[in-house]
Design a binder for this molecule. Structure first.
Ligand code: SF4
Ligand code: SF4
Length: 259
């Protein structure tokens, strides 16, 4: 896609209007927050630093005072901010207890998914931010994703790509990075198809095939009730000992880092 981006704040307003559906009927934050000091993982900059385009940031500032520029709190987060491209900004909100649903960023609405672009350049589904496999409950429970969420996600990203071809290029490159990571792991990429249903893309270009919900992967504390109970105990012990610093990752437009 070679067209130059002409995207503006009003385009993000339209994208927000298109993307209203909740990811599931459950409050998934109730699953991950107990392992994260009571805060949903994706609403805590200890884990996820939201990145928005500057034009999206303009829109957010005009609608709410819930968001501010992200202030790095250690060496790793200073590096994260340094690497973000000049058209983007790292931001933070006031936290889940003060969340204004209508003023969530596009990254918040889509998390933990991003548009997956295949080798031929076609948008074929929703893949997940793999850095969050061991933290986000939804990634281990993709069967709970609602059909309305899928529809809204597709409409929102189709509009984004039409208005800003650079975003398409970024997610294409992010999808290619995922293929490299999963080839090294010798694991298939599991994603949700645009018409619903689950698929796996096997490593080394061995093709894509449908998989039943019963074969969806589970990770870390979400592998079983026992694993969850153990992780909860460990999280409580860590909190009592003063907590620890997990690695934070960019969320929203990771491929723009350094752009
Ligand atoms: S999307 Fe994932 S990380 Fe965010 S609240 Fe739900 S389970 Fe937690
Ligand atoms: S705006 Fe809401 S959904 Fe987004 S990070 Fe903040 S609390 Fe979470």
């Amino acid at each position: 896609m070679a067209d130059k981006s002409l995207i503006g704040p009003d385009d993000f307003r339209q994208i927000y209007d298109l993307f209203q559906a909740s990811i599931s009927r459950f409050d998934c934050g109730q699953k991950c927050a107990p392992l994260n000091g009571g805060e949903p993982v994706c609403c805590s900059t200890q884990h996820a630093v939201p990145v928005v385009q500057k034009v999206e940031w303009e829109l957010l500032k005009s609608r709410t005072d819930m968001w501010t520029r992200f202030k790095p709190y250690d060496r790793a987060t200073r590096q994260i901010v340094k690497e973000i491209g000049s058209s983007c900004a790292a931001v933070e909100c006031r936290g889940a207890r003060h969340c204004e649903r209508d003023n969530r960023s596009l990254a918040c609405r889509a998390f933990p998914f991003f548009p997956y672009i295949d080798r031929a350049g076609k948008f074929i589904g929703l893949a997940y931010y793999w850095d969050f496999e061991d933290r986000c409950w939804v990634i281990s429970n993709m069967q709970i994703v609602e059909a309305d969420f899928l529809k809204d996600f597709i409409k929102a990203f189709e509009l984004l790509f039409a208005r800003d071809p650079e975003e398409y290029d970024n997610f294409k490159s992010h999808s290619a990075s995922m293929r490299r990571v999963f080839s090294r792991r010798k694991k298939p990429i599991v994603f949700i198809g645009l018409e619903g249903g689950f698929f796996e893309e096997r490593a080394y270009g061995k093709g894509i095939r449908p998989i039943p919900a019963a074969k969806l992967p589970k990770f870390g504390p979400y592998k079983s009730d026992r694993a969850y109970a153990r992780a909860l105990k460990e999280a409580q012990a860590e909190a009592a000992a003063g907590g620890h610093h997990p690695d934070a990752h960019l969320v929203g437009d990771p491929a723009r880092a350094g752009a």
